[in-house]
Ligand binder design. Structure first.
Ligand SMILES: [Zn+2]
Length: 736
């Protein structure tokens, strides 16, 4: 034999062997498929029957049979065992083909599978093209599936290995085509495809996204749903507005091609769609995932985001998860109503101010005035309340308490003065809370440019000597900047970063002179935890919101008391959770007493506290940023440290200071909230109680009649005896 004949023989033998191997492989898959087939198709036929007669159902096609009997929804509890949220395993809405508008069904076929009515389950030409495209793009092209194939995919979700699964799906597709009519296949598919955010089928998606039934869908709504089919979360108008805009225009363009409507009508419909969707808020269901009970949108949404990072949708809706949180529902509902009610008042006040100042300020801007509020147990760092805005709506989901970093203004000052007290001596002068600075306008040179900070009040009279105590109380910028100029900048940045648990501090806490007036950017949660440093005697704390995640079978996935929680590192970031000593107990205690002064007559918290009837011992500090863009107040009553922000997301001016905005929400909440203990000063044995004469800011003599008690660090500089009311020497008034 010639050598080429051997080659030929070898070739045929190998080809035969490969063919046999493939046949055996396919045969084996077929055997496996045959075993599952009856179970799957009997379930499918049952579903088809339900579709025929009912308009809602308990079970979905996509769920595996095994877990059905022990399906348990995830429940989220507050610190007292009250249910905050229960994710629903509620009934699913169904819709017949007749109920769905023609542009939905016809449009769906036009986009997904144009030859749907003529092929026998597989469009070979398209499949071949898809295979080639996938080889070319290394599996990134996807597609090529008919509607029947897509339905098969839903039926056999548990087979992960892709070639095996593809063959499996082919058998299933042929069986589908032989058992059901084309319209039945279409109906089953459109009632069971995943449409994002936990919704299945067109009827549920119509209700979830647009608050209507399938028959009421407009052409643009239908187009968006058609476009979302392949990748619902990616094109979700809630999560990804930009992507949704793109896909809607794309599909509407296809609809124009198909002759469903004209180009002009399409433009009009798209515009009308976004106009309605943007303002709808009241339409659709009020949670990004379906819930049976939902006591607070902000808490539910926060927990959902945490769970979504680690668990799939099925686990959350039917895995029986138990989520124990640190939140306090009673306090949360008080905080939510306080924020929402007081924001109404604040909007009115801003409007009146705008009218008085003759500033052009539209109603739209007024309505965009928002707020956030957080409160924390300073002993444990457990978060009681988390309010992300004026009310949780589809159109207002941003959780500003966590996700909006804004400049904190004068709320930063306690950290500046704390650093000065901690160092104890600046420019050769001993520093204590009553050390005096001249309240004057000074120009500083910063990187070659001049910087001239002024106090907020336009009618302010400069020139007097003021103590740090009074400067904090009245929020005098001049004194804060003078102090900052004498401090080691990097250490101040580090202190603030460590207190607020911000990992790379210099990014959001710039080491510049104006940091003393609050150019640092923080969320309300960060500011609240930063303020915990003072009542904690100088020690940092990391906030806890999730205490424990377990399930009804006793598996514990996360426990905040555990040292290591492998899959939940984001809840306890490395390097941030350890308690650090940032200030001495003496400094922290002095600072806290100074923050008590803010509520005295003349202090920036006085008006809000008296207006709201706050008569508990309180410590705090207001904040206002440049051009009145942000209003802040942070502080504590009892064991609860809270921080409040008021502003406009896009950064317009509020025309009012923090004293008149955030301070009011803060004081109103703290006046009403129940606390069983009053705040304790962290006094140490190295501290000395002195009487201070308010008039002179010096140690009172027996002749001073307006005094306050103050605990001083006994090892640092102390105020001198009051010479105004001294027994010994008469001081001539003019000299003082
Ligand atoms: Zn005196």
């Amino acid at each position: 034999m010639k050598i080429w004949k051997y080659f030929l023989l070898f070739f045929f033998v190998s080809a035969f062997a490969v063919a046999v191997a493939v046949a055996v492989y396919v045969g084996l898959i077929y055997m496996e498929y045959k075993q599952d087939k009856e179970a799957v198709f009997s379930k499918l036929e049952e579903f088809a029957k339900v579709l025929e007669t009912e308009n809602e159902t308990d079970t979905l096609l996509e769920e595996s049979n095994e877990n059905l009997s022990e399906k348990k929804a995830t429940v989220v509890y507050d610190r007292n065992g009250r249910v905050i949220t229960k994710y629903s395993s509620e009934k699913y809405k169904l819709a017949s083909i007749q109920e769905m508008p023609f542009f939905l069904t016809r449009g769906f076929i036009y986009i997904e599978d144009r030859k749907f009515y003529s092929h026998h389950g597989v469009n070979y030409l398209r499949l071949a093209r898809a295979v080639i495209d996938n080889i070319r793009t290394l599996g990134h092209a996807g597609g090529g599936s008919t509607i029947s194939q897509q339905l098969s995919k839903i039926l056999f979700t548990k087979h992960e290995r892709s070639i095996k699964r593809k063959i499996y799906e082919l058998f299933c597709t042929f069986e589908l085509e032989s058992r059901f009519s084309k319209n039945e296949i279409l109906k089953i598919y459109l009632n069971s495809n995943y449409m994002g955010h936990g919704t299945y089928g067109i009827a549920n998606a119509a209700s979830f996204y647009f608050g209507k039934s399938a028959s009421e869908l407009t052409i643009a709504e239908a187009a968006l749903l058609v476009g979302m089919n392949r990748s619902p979360e990616r094109y979700s108008p809630i999560r990804n507005r930009k992507n949704a805009e793109y896909i809607l225009s794309y599909i509407m363009g296809k609809f124009v091609q198909a002759g469903f409507l004209t180009e002009e009508q399409s433009v009009f419909e798209i515009e009308r769609f976004w106009e309605r969707f943007g303002n709808h808020g009241i339409l659709g269901e009020q949670s990004i995932w379906k819930t049976e009970i939902n006591k607070s949108g902000y808490l539910t949404e926060y927990v959902r985001q945490v769970l979504e990072k680690e668990f799939g949708y099925d686990k959350i809706t039917s895995g029986g998860l138990i989520v124990e949180t640190s939140f306090d529902l009673e306090k949360q509902s008080l905080a939510e109503s306080t924020v929402s009610n007081q924001l109404k008042n604040i909007r009115t006040r801003v409007k009146n101010t705008a009218d008085k100042m003759k500033v052009d300020y539209s109603d739209k801007t007024i309505n965009h005035i928002e707020g956030s509020f957080v409160s924390v147990d300073y002993e444990t760092g457990e978060v009681y309340t988390l309010v992300g805005g004026s009310g949780y709506l589809f159109s207002n989901q941003l959780n500003r308490a966590i996700n909006a970093n804004r400049q904190v203004g004068s709320s930063i000052k306690p950290f500046i003065y704390a650093k000065a007290l901690e160092i104890g001596e600046l420019d050769g002068r001993g520093i204590h809370p009553f050390t005096k600075f001249k309240d004057e306008i000074k120009t500083f040179k910063v990187a070659g440019r001049s910087y001239t900070p002024k106090n907020y009040s336009l009618s302010h009279k400069y020139g007097s000597m003021v103590s740090i105590y009074d400067a904090l109380k009245r929020s005098l910028n001049t004194v804060a900047v003078q102090t900052m100029e004498l401090l080691p900048m990097e250490e101040v940045v580090q202190l603030i970063g460590d207190a607020a648990n911000i990992k790379v501090p210099t990014k959001r806490i710039p080491p510049v002179l104006s940091l003393s007036l609050g150019t640092a950017e923080m969320s309300s949660l960060e500011l609240a935890t930063a303020y915990c440093v003072f009542p904690r005697g100088g020690k940092s704390v990391y906030p806890t919101m999730i205490r424990r995640i377990s399930d009804t079978r006793g598996n514990v996935y996360y426990d905040s008391k555990r040292k290591i929680n492998p899959y939940f590192r984001f809840l306890q970031p490395e390097g941030l959770c350890e308690v650090k000593t940032l200030l001495s107990q003496e400094t922290a205690c002095e600072m806290l007493q100074m923050m008590g002064g803010v509520f005295e007559r003349g202090g920036t918290g006085y008006w809000a506290a008296t207006t709201c009837g706050l008569n508990k011992k309180a410590y705090g500090k207001s904040g206002t940023t440049q051009d009145y863009k942000d209003g802040w107040f942070a502080g504590l009553t009892g064991k609860e440290v809270s921080a409040c922000w008021v502003g406009i997301d896009s950064g317009e001016s509020l025309l009012l200071s923090g004293e008149a905005t955030a301070a009011v929400i803060w004081a109103d909440y703290n006046a009403k909230v129940f606390s069983d203990t009053s705040a304790q000063l962290p006094v140490s044995e190295n501290m000395k109680l002195l009487k201070i004469c308010r008039e002179s800011g010096l140690e009172a003599s027996s002749r001073c009649d307006n005094c306050i008690d103050f605990y001083f660090n006994a090892n640092a500089a102390l105020p001198e005896p009051c010479y105004i009311h001294s027994d010994d020497i008469m001081i001539i008034e003019e000299d003082f």
